[in-house]
Design a protein around this ligand. Structure first.
Ligand code: NAP
Ligand code: HSE
Length: 431
């Protein structure tokens, strides 16, 4: 091959990173694939926009068909975002026998299985390493590096924006809105950051990770989701006082072939390996029956880190082209999906309760927990400014989710309990 031509769908934060990595690492790419890589066309929304890279404006187009139907383009790199329209573009590209590399977790979490099967029917590669945890090669590690093992647990900080927000709120006492604006300016957040802060972005990544790690088709709807929008400075202060760090944790656990997958703000014991992952950094903890504990750490968002994963996928496609094995690497899931019931899901829980400050209240609260088989690991009571009102802050030992939901219902029914102010899952340390 004289050269490989790439068509870009999108030339924003990640697209510009891709152009830079290809330009700056051209020698290394040449060495690995034996010919230069050229960007032939790039689909954008606005041709005259100021961009982070100098590109010849003649390669920019507003017409998707200039990229999707160009017979000289071998590989499509999709870094534009969106779901439905992008799915149609990629179907069109694959039907034209073009290989696809995408960073789009929104798309892959919903239409991944369908697109992967279309790609393999057309002898095309469809790689999506950049869709989870930006620059960390976690998907390849699950599929190739840990191919011989049986993975039973994955815990991840897989959203850079929320980790950045929680870190700055905790360490610098800054407000949620102030830090979110900074995360947007730095290019970590999605165009609409609702999916970041609401936990949906992390849930999409956990659906992709658990599908690959557990070899089971886990849909986005199977992931229980709670975001960080209701986390307050007071919650973070109490967390610190109790020796915990708050993180938005993606949790995927398999026991006896049944799985649970969730994304929620979680209090981690300060000694937990994920508690020291700060700012926009991501990390994924993976437990395999044979290998034991492993940790993958790195930048989870941003143009250049994400672009390294995209361009590494490009190299993978090009190596497959040389070997004539495109479309042969995707393996369909081995197991049927079995989800755990709430009585099979166990955790410790942190709660803040606003109560009447009078005789017998603590006893009535305690009896709700003991009736439902949950005991306390830590308890604290503070007076509130309002007269004769107090705040009880507590952490339980392990309890089932079914029992915990019953506890919450019974607490809300107690006359002396005015408000269940916040509740969080707690991970790490002893049961
Ligand atoms: P971005 O900065 O908003 O860039 C999107 C690009 O796509 C822009 O160049 C835009 O054109 C173009 N575009 C968007 N909609 C289009 C449409 N309908 N028709 C034509 N062009 C369109 O987004 P990004 O941050 O690079 O993210 C791109 C993808 O990578 C997303 O799927 C995102 O979830 C994923 N991702 C991002 C990161 C990150 O850190 N940013 C990390 C991992 C994965 P104009 O420039 O003309 O507006
Ligand atoms: N908005 C995403 C994040 C980008 O903050 O992690 C990387 O997928």
């Amino acid at each position: 091959m004289e050269s490989i031509s790439v068509g870009l769908l999108g030339l924003g934060t990640v697209g510009c990173g891709v152009v830079k990595v290809i330009e700056n690492h051209q020698d290394k790419l040449m060495h690995q694939i034996g010919c230069p890589v050229k960007i032939k066309k790039a689909l954008v929304q606005e041709v005259n926009k100021v961009r982070d890279v100098d590109v010849d404006t003649s390669i920019l187009t507003l017409n998707p068909e200039d990229v999707l139907l160009d017979p000289e383009i071998d590989i499509i790199v999709e870094v534009m975002g969106d779901i439905e329209k992008t799915k149609e573009y990629l179907i069109q590209a694959i039907r034209q026998k073009k290989h696809v590399v995408t960073a789009n977790k929104d798309l892959m979490a919903v239409y991944g299985p369908e697109l992967l099967s279309l790609a393999s029917e057309n002898q095309c590669d469809l790689f999506y390493e950049a869709s989870v945890a930006g620059g960390i090669p976690i998907l390849r590690s699950l599929v190739d590096g840990l191919a011989s093992d049986r993975i039973t647990k994955m815990m991840g900080i897989v959203n850079g924006t929320t980790n950045f927000i929680l870190t700055k709120m905790t360490k610098e006492g800054r407000s949620f809105d102030d830090v979110l604006s900074e995360a947007q300016a730095l290019g970590y957040a999605e165009a609409d950051p609702t999916a970041d802060v609401g936990g949906l972005d992390a849930a999409r990544k956990m659906a992709i990770l658990s599908t690959l790690g557990f070899s089971m088709n886990i849909d986005l709807d199977d992931v229980k989701i709670k975001g960080i929008t209701e986390v307050t400075g007071e919650d973070l202060q109490y967390a610190k006082q109790f020796g915990y760090t708050m993180k938005l944790i993606g949790y995927a656990h398999r026991e006896d072939d049944r799985v649970e997958v969730s994304v929620e703000p979680t209090l981690l014991e300060d000694s937990h390996p994920l508690a020291s992952v700060h700012d926009e950094y991501n990390a994924v903890y993976v437990y395999g029956e044979a290998v034991g504990e492993t940790m993958f750490y790195g930048p989870g968002a941003g143009g250049l880190p994400t672009a390294t994963a995209v361009v590494s996928d490009l190299v993978g496609v090009m190596k497959n082209m040389r070997l004539g094995v495109n479309g042969k690497s995707a393996v369909s899931p081995q197991f049927s999906k079995l989800l755990k019931e709430n009585e099979e899901i166990y955790s410790k829980y942190f709660l803040r309760l606003h109560v009447e400050d009078e005789v017998g209240v603590l006893a009535s609260v305690t009896s709700v927990f003991s009736r439902n088989g949950a005991s306390f690991k830590k308890v604290l009571q503070n007076p509130l400014q309002e007269q004769k009102k107090a705040e009880i802050v507590l952490v339980t030992h392990q309890a089932s989710l079914k029992n915990f939901e019953k506890i919450l219902m019974e607490l809300r029914d107690l006359e002396a309990v005015h408000l269940v102010k916040s509740t969080y899952r707690v991970e790490g340390g002893n049961a």
